[in-house]
Design a protein around this ligand. Structure first.
Ligand code: FAD
Length: 421
């Protein structure tokens, strides 16, 4: 017998994207059900390092992240827990090209009133005595950056969502979309149907499979990612408020963690995962990185180059997980033109934790108002709709993998301030 449930909105996926969207919708009075295949926050969300750098290559994306911090600060007040740790962040340059990139970013940031300034290598050394600085040409410092604690963010979304009446169903994989006369009417999961005029695909790395339930091609790919976490080192203590670092030349990012250091790498040849081959109860938190793998070797080599005290013998753990990349590194938020009622909210390309506060707000506006107060052109879900080269899985995976591989490698050309505002 099929059990039928009804709601205004059904959300597929209990990661930060689905949870934030659910909370914002419920805050405006919508009845919302979140359906999660496994446990809440157990997809990419549970693996994230949580780095939050607000300055992006264009002003609208920067505004989204600045506003995201305000939302997080409000959540902290509501739940009484620290979610955002404001450590500040540095971008460092060891090549002329990178120094020019940083100079352009400082100009762009200042033009929109964002707190950012140049820093001389000597000052960098004073701030970060555990980092090699003798090869640096320059750096910039953003004092209002830091990191979000993903588990605390998930708990806050969940706690407030529950207070607002959101229903969360775990161990409930969605296996079909109910479609009638060109529009979505709900979903099927196990022996139940969830009827709703709006369904949100917030399935993270699985989102392209969810789109296929509607015979649609969502151009995302599931990309492997690695970081290490050192234990506290007696000679190189890392203060909990030490600034995060981005070293795009070495493709590294870092942040403090419990007296040690998280060091992650955007590898130029990342793995692509086929989500269809994973078991239905796949648990991302159980993924183990092989210590003798090429990916770990590259991570250790780059980490050692910047932090010479980190090597094979350093006590550390290695974390691996799966991110969702798109061909241009920007998420997909909104509908496709050929199917009413189905909204996509996916493809956060390594930044879903920090984007989620504002993305939840944007999704609630798109669903309830039909438009957002943010300029969403660059994140519209249909920007590759039916475009040759963005339909076949093989083409999509190649493009997304190239994007992920070049993510830190490419030198950014921030948009000039005149266009950016
Ligand atoms: C190692 C690593 C480090 C990272 N570091 C950072 C960082 O420093 N900063 C940052 O901002 N981001 C970081 N990220 C990226 C961030 O984790 C993701 O962008 C974010 O968690 C995406 O959230 P999501 O809700 O879209 O996806 P997910 O968290 O993957 O959630 C999607 C959920 O949907 C569920 N689902 C899918 N299909 C179905 C279905 N059919 N039925 C029911 N449930 C379904 C899945 O089980 C999953 O729980 C990192 C990611 C990894 C892997």
């Amino acid at each position: 017998m099929t059990i039928t449930h009804t709601a205004d909105v059904v959300i597929i996926g209990g990661g930060v994207a689905g949870l934030s969207t659910a909370m914002q919708l419920a805050a405006r009075g919508a009845s919302v059900v979140v359906l999660e295949r496994e446990r809440i926050g157990n997809g990419s969300t549970g693996r994230a390092a949580g780095l939050l750098g607000q300055l992006r290559g264009n002003a609208e994306h920067t505004r989204m992240l600045i506003d995201g911090v305000k939302i997080v600060r409000h959540l902290e007040q509501q739940v009484g827990v620290e979610i955002f740790v404001q450590t500040g962040s540095l971008r460092i340059a060891e090549t002329q090209e990178r120094a020019e990139e940083i100079a352009a970013l400082v100009d762009m940031g200042k033009s929109i009133g964002f707190a950012i300034d140049h820093l001389q290598p000597a000052e960098v050394h004073r701030l970060l005595p555990y980092m090699r600085t003798d090869d640096l040409l320059g750096a910039c410092y953003c004092p209002t950056d830091g990191h979000v604690q993903p588990a605390e963010l998930v708990s806050a979304y969940l706690k407030i969502g529950k207070q607002l009446g959101v229903r969360y169903m775990t161990h409930t994989p969605v296996t079909a979309l109910l479609i009638e006369a060109g529009r979505v009417r709900g979903v099927r999961a196990a022996d139940s149907e969830y009827h709703a005029p709006v369904v949100v695909n917030a399935g993270g790395p699985w989102s392209y499979l969810n789109a296929e339930l509607a015979d649609a091609a969502l151009p995302t790919a599931a990309i492997g990612h690695y970081y290490l976490t050192t234990r506290p080192h007696p000679d190189f203590p890392v203060d909990r408020l030490s600034p995060a670092i981005r070293d795009r030349h070495l493709r590294l990012y870092t942040r403090p963690e419990s007296g040690g250091l998280i060091v992650g790498i955007y590898d130029f040849e990342p793995e692509v995962h086929d989500m269809r081959r994973l078991p239905v109860d796949f648990d991302m938190s159980r993924m183990k990185a092989a210590r003798d793998s090429l990916q770990v070797a590259k991570l250790l080599e780059a980490a050692h180059a910047r932090f010479p005290w980190i090597d094979q013998r350093t006590p550390m753990s290695i974390t691996t997980g799966i991110m969702t990349f798109t061909p241009d590194g920007r998420p997909f938020c909104g509908k496709m033109p050929d199917l009413d009622g189905l909204y996509h909210c996916s493809g956060f390309s390594g930044h879903g934790i920090v984007q989620s506060p504002t993305i939840g707000l944007i999704m609630s506006q798109l669903i309830l108002d039909g438009a957002s107060s943010y300029d969403c052109e660059s994140i519209e879900a249909d920007r590759y709709f039916d475009m040759p080269g963005y339909v076949e899985r093989r083409d999509i995976e190649r493009k997304c993998r190239d994007m992920a591989g070049n993510y830190y490698g490419k030198v950014e050309r921030p948009e000039p301030a005149a266009q950016a505002s």
